[in-house]
Design a protein around this ligand. Sequence first.
Ligand SMILES: C[S@@+](CC[C@H](N)C(=O)[O-])C[C@H]1O[C@@H](n2cnc3c(N)ncnc32)[C@H](O)[C@@H]1O
Length: 400
Amino acid sequence: MQQNRGTIRVANSPEALDRVLASIESGRRSAPDWIQLQSRCRIESLATERQEELLRRLHACVLRGFRLPRATRDEGGLALWRRIARHGFHDFGTQGFTKCYGSPFVEDHDYVEGYLDGGLDGLDAYRVYSAVLGTHDYTVEDFLQTPTCEKIDTVIEPMAGTGEFTYHSHFRHPELRYLLFDLDGQARDSLLARPWLEGVSPHYALGNVLDPELWRTMRSRSRGRSLAYIGKQSHHFFDARELSELLALGTSHVDYFILETPEPSLVWELAPVDDLTRPEMAEAGFHAALIEDEYRPPNPFTNELGFRLEVWDESDRRVLFEYPKWRQWQPPTLVALAELLDLEVSYLNDSAGDFVPVEDCELHRDHPRFQTHPPPQRIDHSEAHENVGFMLFRRANGAR
Ligand SMILES: C[S@@+](CC[C@H](N)C(=O)[O-])C[C@H]1O[C@@H](n2cnc3c(N)ncnc32)[C@H](O)[C@@H]1O
């Protein structure tokens, strides 16, 4: 997405890196999005104190983060990863060691410490979720950069959980109003405990996303044009009637109602175990996976399935979150529901840089669909980003 672009400065040696950092510290150069350490610039060969000093300087000198050669991370091992994580950077997304955009806050991302101190029970479930499934690679900026959504004043995050979408977004757009809600008070507390930029005070309500009163409250607290975003395909919690209610409520109370959706796929082709184990987990001695519920294998007629996020080590297992009745709503079904509700639907097309009506969707000629041998395994017509896409629902003619 848009944030993949951005300014990069490259340092090939420790001396070059020092010069880059000094020029930013003195104000002679502005902070780049990324600094790339490569060639002779090897963080793992520095003594611990020098590594820490370097990480402190890097944090103050970049907008997004820094990148290391893969081998550096591997050679530095768990100790290097933890040191980096404690100094405010994580690699949970796909773009390198990252902090929130321009954030002055040095957050501690070392969630592995809980395991080292207290085993599986010592792990903070929300932090593990964030490491393996969290939203780190896109923010509201990606939507604001489209001509369709460029003028937004309020961001609403229903089913927000730990609200990473909002949290990441507020660094780039502190001028927006942020409203969130979820059923989970603990998730809310953990979000509100994070450091926020001065002047930003998100409003986080506890409540059911199917409650019309809650949407009315959100609307009354909104200012100007509003955009609601439901991440991690959380609308899959609902059956058809509930999903239809959700689409009707959302589009009645906000201007732009966006769902993160899966790329078209067949539920019975989903792997029963989706191993999410990250290198630092394996190095510390535990694993994580989404595991299909033995009692609810995917039903190809209803697309209903059940699964859980589980961690385990040599001696034990622990379920962190359960998703016992999940419906993998496919984009064509969402489009059909939208038609019944008289809603306009579009999808985010990266190459067009905008939301495009689903009626205008075209498969590219080089798409596997057009190759006869081997036969196509699945159809990707959504310009999906990492197996997900973004679908925008609106009342016809923009009315609400
Ligand atoms: C898979 S998590 C996703 C959290 C977050 N949106 C993200 O992108 O990481 C689903 C969230 O939906 C919330 N949830 C489930 N049913 C809900 C309901 N009926 N009303 C409000 N929130 C609900 C859960 O508490 C949980 O925080």
